[in-house]
Design a binder for this molecule. Structure first.
Ligand code: NAD
Length: 488
């Protein structure tokens, strides 16, 4: 048997060993096979990456936007050429079904490089007329060194969504992928180098929370863009506050999906399934609180149950698999604990929620998608982020009631509304306190549309031109054309 490879850090345009001398294992969630021994960045490695990024920033930020954009668009085309190879890496790292990954992970990453590559030449300030003797203008300037810290559920997408706008704006980036899914960040670094990115502009540091903390507390890093859970986000925010860094926070959620009685029921069921079972339910924006109008509740549940029970749970590398393993055994235990808790709290488990054995993947932690009915708003399964395939269904009677119940949460990442009555759809969406809302669909995140959370689900936005605002700072320049007035 061949020994697992070493996965390097990537600093100053090349793979590097960690000065720390430490490393950790990376394992395939489906098979338990060791994929690599990962170099772990310590404080001195972080320092080295900061030095490299500072130099890279000088060169990169001096280029015209059109030239930066050309590199990003080249990276997009390499990502597309290598999409299957990269998708398979993602499946081995994260356990996501291969049926989803080329499009949801790699294409959506490539879209970000294409989009921000396209608008890099159009980053601009504004002109302010101050009469005949003066004017002012603003410049949108890069922040300097931006750091990205990622979650494990969409490793390549998260890396690309942060890196593409950061680089388009002229910043350098230090990216720390989740310790559970470190491989594709290094691939992205290689691709960016191949696309012509100057050395030091994109660096990868591996490690767990401690490495993340070295990054978040480093005084010469100008911005942290974090994707992860609310509790970790709070810590990162507090650490970033010490040196008053810019921050973007993409955090967790417990989003509502409201299905009115006039919905096209099969579409609403499809959306509820996408909103709970895609990527084994390991998606931040999932609509895990499904409010179904009492008139269609039973019909909705019957269709949902039969379709959910037909889902194929299996080896994520098989094209026919719909549900892969959860990321690891600890996370599986946490999700199963919520299933037990739901039963204890009095919800009715109508389907799934069981451990499933998959041939050839005996070390994987697989479960059948769980559907609870008779849920109450105050149950823990309806209030806390589970981050697995567990759907909680509640019934409702009228619009005002459901809007109040949907908003009664500390989160505010996303929300969905199903109805054929478009006046009602827009009225309800206008009242929902969530950063991204879908009408008659769920969980679609095209690169041209801003994405991010209200309340404790986040600060700032990713995607769309507005993301550039979060990777730049505004300089105002007053220009005098006349004499200086002075009363002295
Ligand atoms: P997590 O919060 O445990 O870890 C996220 C990252 O933070 C990892 O890279 C981890 O190593 C690092 N980290 C841990 N402690 C740290 C510290 N003290 N300082 C700095 N970095 C630290 O989250 P996770 O389990 O990897 O991901 C799941 C969570 O991510 C869920 O809550 C999910 O909703 C959220 N998420 C949000 C979005 C979004 O766009 N809003 C997208 C994907 C995932």
């Amino acid at each position: 048997m061949s020994r697992p490879k070493k996965l390097p850090l990537y600093i100053d345009g090349r793979p590097q060993k960690a000065i720390s001398g430490k490393s950790f294992g990376n394992f395939n969630p489906a098979t338990g096979a060791k994929l690599s021994e990962v170099e772990q960045a310590g404080r001195r490695d972080v320092e080295k990456a900061v030095q490299a990024a500072r130099k890279g920033f000088q060169e990169w930020s001096a280029l015209p936007g059109i030239e930066r954009g050309r590199v990003l668009k080249k990276a997009a085309s390499i990502l597309r050429e290598r999409r299957m190879e990269l998708a398979e890496i993602e499946v081995r790292d994260a356990g996501k079904p291969i049926a989803e990954t080329p499009e949801a992970d790699i294409d959506s990453g490539a879209d970000a490089f294409e989009f921000f590559g396209g608008i890099a030449a159009d980053i601009k300030g504004s002109h302010h007329d101050l009469g005949s003797d003066a004017f002012a203008y603003t410049r949108r300037e890069p922040l300097g060194i931006c750091a990205g810290i990622g979650a494990w559920n969409y490793p390549m997408q998260i890396a690309c969504w942060k890196t593409a706008p950061a680089l388009a704006a002229g910043n350098a980036m230090i990216f720390k992928p989740s310790e559970q899914t470190p491989t594709n960040a290094v691939k992205l670094a290689e691709i960016l180098t191949e696309a012509g990115l100057p050395k030091g502009v994109f660096n990868v540091l591996h490690g767990r929370g401690e490495t993340g903390q070295f990054i978040a507390t480093h005084p010469d890093i100008d911005k942290i863009s974090f994707t992860g859970s609310v509790p970790t986000g709070r810590k990162v925010l507090a650490d970033a506050a010490a040196s008053v860094k810019h921050v973007t926070m993409e955090l967790g959620g417990k989003s509502p999906l409201i299905v009115f009685e006039d919905s096209q029921i099969h579409n609403a069921v499809s959306a509820a399934m996408n909103a709970n079972f895609y990527t084994q339910g390991e998606i931040c924006s999932n609509g895990t609180r499904v409010y179904v109008h009492e008139d269609i509740h039973d019909a909705f549940v019957a269709i949902l149950k039969s379709r959910a029970e037909a889902m194929v749970i299996g080896d994520p590398m098989d094209q026919g698999t719909h549900v892969g393993p959860l990321i690891n055994a600890d996370h599986f235990e946490k999700v199963m604990e919520y299933v037990r808790l739901g039963i204890e709290e009095g919800a009715h488990l109508v389907s799934g929620g069981e451990k499933i054995a998959v041939e050839g993947c005996e070390k994987g932690s697989f479960m059948s998608p769980a559907i609870f009915t008779a849920c109450q708003d105050d149950m823990r399964i309806c209030r806390e982020e589970i981050f697995g395939p567990v759907m909680s269904i509640m019934s409702f009677r009228d619009e005002e009631e459901v809007v109040n119940r949907a908003n009664d949460t500390e989160f505010g990442l996303a929300a969905g509304v199903f109805t054929q009555n478009l006046a009602r759809a827009h009225r309800v969406v206008g009242k929902l306190r969530a950063g991204t809302c879908w009408i008659n669909n769920y969980n679609l995140t095209p690169v041209g549309v801003p994405f991010g959370g209200y309340k404790q689900s986040g600060i700032g936005r990713e995607n769309a031109a507005v993301a550039l605002d979060h990777f730049t700072q505004l300089k105002s320049v007053y220009v005098e054309l006349g004499d200086v007035e002075c009363g002295y």
